[in-house]
Design a protein around this ligand. Structure first.
Ligand code: ZN
Length: 291
């Protein structure tokens, strides 16, 4: 179990906010008030800048929690360097707090220890340095308007330094919607960041296919939908491909509630391979291929 912390937010009702909060706020427009972040009508906190005393305050508060509880790691939201013009920071010069962010995560990595886990939120802000320190990258924390094979950003799989988990941003989602989302997620070599409220059918996908998922890790390369290497003749059946040398493994995921028959193709090394497959409703299959 790990505790959640925001790297950038400080709640105004927190002890010592009056002392440390106002001088440490992030400012982006001269003369304008500090920035508040909300979820619905609930205030998460005021945005802070790490090029200020907030750096020490945040570390101290984390140290207190870790000294008093047996957590085995840390979970951080807002892992992003941001610009700030607060004249009380950085000798009054406009600045970006990315260096402090890296220093902060390095400190957190050491605090979590070799066996501790570090979970980092990195939606829209890919970072090689941060990913090298993370055990799990939480990404795609964005509202979805449709579920389809190409719905995610390339960040989900193009670095692949640490495992990826997709944030489920579907309030009130039905079991079918969650199952579809889990299937698209697998096409991108990631898993869903499911919570205890998710129906069993979401977990069943992983449990029922544990053997297939273990196979994925035996390959060196992966391509996701929308990258131009693999395609199907249906926008409701997504395809990805793992390969190592000339050994490949096709993954076909059916996002509909009916069995689908169709064609798949691979365009690689100047060759086109194609074939037909039947994929069960709301499920996926794998097919070994010689490339
Ligand atoms: Zn600042």
């Amino acid at each position: 179990m790990v505790p959640y912390f925001s790297v950038k937010e400080y709640h105004p009702e927190a002890p010592d906010f009056e002392k440390f909060g106002p001088p440490s706020t992030r400012r982006v427009v001269e003369g304008e008030a500090c920035m508040e972040t909300f979820f619905g009508t609930s205030l998460f906190g005021i945005q802070m800048c790490l090029e200020s005393d907030w750096f020490k305050v945040r570390k101290k508060s984390i140290q207190v929690v870790m000294d008093n509880h047996a957590f085995n790691g840390l979970y951080f939201d807002w892992c992003m360097g941001l610009e700030c013009i607060n004249p009380e920071h950085n000798h009054g010069k406009r600045h970006w707090d990315n260096d402090k962010l890296l220093e902060f995560i390095e400190w957190s990595r050491a605090l979590a220890g070799d066996k501790g886990k570090l979970y980092l939120h990195l939606t829209n802000v890919p970072s090689l340095a941060l990913e090298n320190m993370g055990d799990m990258i939480l990404t795609e924390e964005t509202e979805y308007f449709d579920i389809f094979p190409e719905m995610f950003t390339p960040h989900v799989h193009f670095l692949n330094i640490a495992p990826r988990s997709i944030c489920v941003m579907l309030p009130g989602a039905t079991p079918v919607q969650l199952r579809k989302l889990a299937l698209v997620t697998l096409l991108h070599h990631a898993t869903l960041c499911v919570d205890v409220g998710c129906p069993q059918s979401t977990f069943d996908l992983y449990n029922d296919h544990a053997k297939d998922l273990a196979e994925f890790t035996k390959y060196e390369h992966h391509t996701a939908p929308g990258e131009g290497i693999v395609r199907t003749d249906s926008d409701k059946v997504g395809m990805s491909l793992y390969w190592k040398g000339n050994k490949g493994l096709i993954v076909l995921a059916n996002l509909t509630e009916e069995t689908q028959d169709g064609e798949w193709s691979i365009r690689m090394n100047g060759k086109i391979l194609c074939g037909m497959a039947e994929v069960p409703a709301l499920d996926f299959i794998t097919i070994p291929v010689e490339l």
